[in-house]
Design a protein around this ligand. Structure first.
Ligand code: 5GP
Ligand code: MN
Length: 343
């Protein structure tokens, strides 16, 4: 924590200049990204800073209940306005991503900005583009890190029930509801503190998870029906085609978490999910124990993420993407077997 202490001391001094602040997160924001951005922004606003939350694109409706949601500016919808805020900002805060390329179309604006930059993030291999980098890959979530940051700044008193619920959401979603190995005793202590702030955990869970649509269930049915299991690779692959998305009436967020079904199959170590996105194919990877899907996604699919959860992309056709994926997995067959059998 020495590093965080020094960072906060330095940052506190800079904040005396009262910079305008822009808070950003990664493309296709998830619960951790939206929770951390809205909660930290809420605290900074209470401290009297002028804060704008700018996200690369919209996020799914089951997260829209979070406070400050209605104030978020989406870069792909309001680029001119967003560019102006980024240009005028004295401080840019980057949450839940560690490389400007993960912010999609905002990348150039971020790179060209002369503002001071603060990163708070838990993904592997952070890029060196910030003045202050609080990176810890052992952390459950960026929301947990924002809590530690607030504690170090002595600002946790400013967390009201709504902001606490935003942080709780990010911790809960990024840990698979406190299941993944990244969930530490400290994660639970942070969650306990948030509950003491008034978080209604049942209500949060219901808003986030009891929001399935018919289209999501129909897509899930198709994805599971087409699941391919490769026993010698301890791998389950699911995919959805463009026609599946169209015929089922796909809406943003509908396929969130589908990849985990492959992982919950007995005997699997790796799950992969392929679906069309932005004229390419997006891949999601998960591993159950020790196989490093971050390295795998980096090596073969221009991606990254965490050891047990990563993603990437492919410009090949669906069929070729899946063939290539299998080819890559077969290269690691012995290693995968070792991880699956001796976790
Ligand atoms: P998901 O599969 O849920 O989209 O992403 C899993 C994890 O991998 C997330 O932490 C996400 O930030 C990261 N990730 C997903 N896609 C990419 C990608 O294309 N590049 C990088 N660097 N990380 C990704
Ligand atoms: Mn995260």
């Amino acid at each position: 924590m020495q590093k965080l202490e020094a960072l906060c001391r330095d940052l506190k001094e800079f904040l005396l200049e009262r910079p305008d602040i822009v808070v950003t997160n990664h493309q296709n924001p998830d619960g951790d990204a939206v929770g951390s951005a809205t909660a930290l922004s809420g605290v900074l606003m209470q401290l009297g800073f002028r804060v704008k939350i700018i996200m690369p694109n919209d996020y799914s409706s089951n997260l829209k209940w979070m406070s400050l949601s209605e104030e978020v500016i989406f870069y792909d919808q309001s680029q001119l306005e967003a560019d102006q805020y980024i240009t005028d900002a004295g401080l840019l805060i980057h949450l839940d991503y560690n490389n400007p390329s993960r912010s999609g179309a905002m990348e150039n604006a971020i790179r060209q900005s002369s503002a001071k930059k603060l990163m708070i993030d838990h993904h592997q291999q952070p890029d060196n583009f910030c003045d202050w980098t609080y990176s810890d890959t052992s952390m459950s979530s960026t929301c947990e890190m924002v809590w530690h940051f607030l504690a170090q700044m002595e600002w946790t008193e400013l967390l009201d029930k709504n902001l606490a619920e935003a942080l709780y959401t990010g911790i809960a979603t990024d840990t698979g509801n406190f299941r993944f190995s990244s969930t530490s005793a400290t994660t639970h202590r942070v969650a306990a503190h948030l509950l003491e702030k008034g978080v209604e955990n049942q209500k949060v869970a219901s808003r986030v998870y009891d929001s399935n649509s018919i289209s999501r269930f129909q897509l899930l049915g198709r994805a599971l029906k087409g699941m391919e299991v490769i026993p010698e690779l301890y791998t389950a692959i699911i995919h959805l085609n463009q026609e599946d998305l169209e015929e089922c009436g796909f809406e943003k967020g509908d396929t969130e978490g589908f990849v985990n079904y492959g992982l919950s199959l007995e005997g699997t170590e790796i799950a992969a999910f392929v679906l069309p996105r932005d004229g390419m194919y997006k891949l999601s990877f998960r591993s159950k124990t020790t196989f490093d899907v971050n390295q795998f996604a980096r090596a073969y699919f221009n991606g990254g993420g965490h050891k047990n959860a990563a993603g990437g992309s492919s410009e090949r056709s669906m069929g070729e993407t899946i063939s290539y994926l299998k080819e890559c997995l077969y290269k690691h067959q012995a290693e995968i077997k070792e991880h699956a059998e001796n976790p």
